[in-house]
Design a protein around this ligand. Structure first.
Ligand SMILES: NC(=O)c1ccc[n+]([C@@H]2O[C@H](COP(=O)([O-])OP(=O)(O)OC[C@H]3O[C@@H](n4cnc5c(N)ncnc54)[C@H](O)[C@@H]3O)[C@@H](O)[C@H]2O)c1
Length: 282
């Protein structure tokens, strides 16, 4: 008999207000893990795509790990909801198009004015709009390249000069298994954008490495988010079954990888594409 997918996650128990034993959520467990040892204490980080499925959880985990944040997304209302949820230093909330280089430079300047410095950037913005080649209109191509590749480029170009001058910094770009192996579901424009993110990451790691600035990418496998599940007719279990762990990943598991790459624990890691994909079977 196969184990139901939910039971494959770690299963510690905790008590509620009435003293009843209950299962802590995965988010509670992750927040508990990182807040016990604030690996990002005093770090100032810009996070794009913060209102999305992965970004929203990543923002919470980064703050629990001690970071001060500038949160960026083109979805203003969802961004403001997130800001209200965050504990710690009030975040700088930037409803902006992260593919706009001038807007990115301006919000970088505001971050430095507000927090005094900048240590990290996570380019998490992206767009998953799968369609076969014949349906990739010029508009669909541009939208996908802008959301996933141009945002990463604009972000890196805005923050790198300052980081190089300060002699330190860590940038995390978001790739995807599609960018490494091609997309299983027809989405050549998305795969091309994410492959571009990998090339950008490795090239900038070379350029910035001598100055002590690190540039890495995270390559998520299928993650349990509305964006992934809304666009696919397959059941959650069947998408997750393509991984060695037999399940979808959780946004918290991507956030944890961000904490590692932004923290000093990864001080000798650069130009790396960190696969957080459950051992995706491709
Ligand atoms: N969910 C998955 O299974 C999965 C797998 C591999 C890679 N990824 C990547 O992880 C990242 C986050 O994915 P998600 O599942 O949270 O997606 P999501 O759609 O929930 O979130 C993406 C966010 O990016 C924002 N965004 C897009 N273009 C923007 C722009 N130009 N300026 C500012 N904000 C912009 C959107 O408004 C949205 O809030 C993306 O880069 C995605 O490609 C996700």
């Amino acid at each position: 008999m196969t184990t139901p997918m939910a039971n494959r996650y770690p299963q510690p128990r905790t008590a509620d207000q009435n003293g009843q034993s209950r299962q802590p959520s995965f988010l509670e467990q992750t927040l508990d893990l990182v807040s016990g040892q604030p690996l990002l204490r005093g770090k100032v980080i810009i996070l794009t795509g913060a209102a999305g499925g992965i970004g929203r959880v990543t923002a919470q985990v980064l703050v629990a790990a001690g970071a001060s944040l500038t949160i960026v997304d083109r979805e203003g209302p969802a961004l403001r909801d997130l800001a209200e949820l965050l504990i710690g230093d009030e975040p700088l909330t930037e409803p902006a198009d992260a593919s706009d280089s001038a807007a990115f430079r301006a919000l970088t300047d505001r971050t430095i004015r507000r927090f005094g410095t900048l240590h990290g950037l996570i380019n998490c913005a992206g767009l998953w709009d799968p369609r076969p080649l014949e349906d990739i209109t010029p508009e669909a191509w541009v939208n996908t390249i802008n959301a996933s590749l141009q945002t990463a480029f604009a972000g890196c170009q805005a923050v790198l000069p300052g980081m190089v001058e300060r002699g330190s910094g860590s940038i995390v770009n978001f790739a995807s298994t599609a960018g490494e192996y091609g997309s299983i579901r027809p989405a050549a424009h998305y795969a091309a954008a994410k492959a571009g993110v990998i090339g950008l990451t490795k090239s900038l790691a070379r350029e910035a490495g001598p100055s002590g600035v690190r540039v890495n990418a995270i390559s998520p496998g299928p993650i349990d988010t509305a964006a992934l599940l809304a666009s696919t007719s397959q059941a959650q279990d069947s998408i997750g079954a393509r991984t060695l762990l037999g399940r979808l990943g959780r946004p918290e598991e991507i956030a944890a990888a961000c904490v590692f790459l932004l923290s000093d624990l990864s001080s000798f890691v650069t130009g790396h594409v960190l696969r957080v994909n459950g051992g995706a079977l491709l």
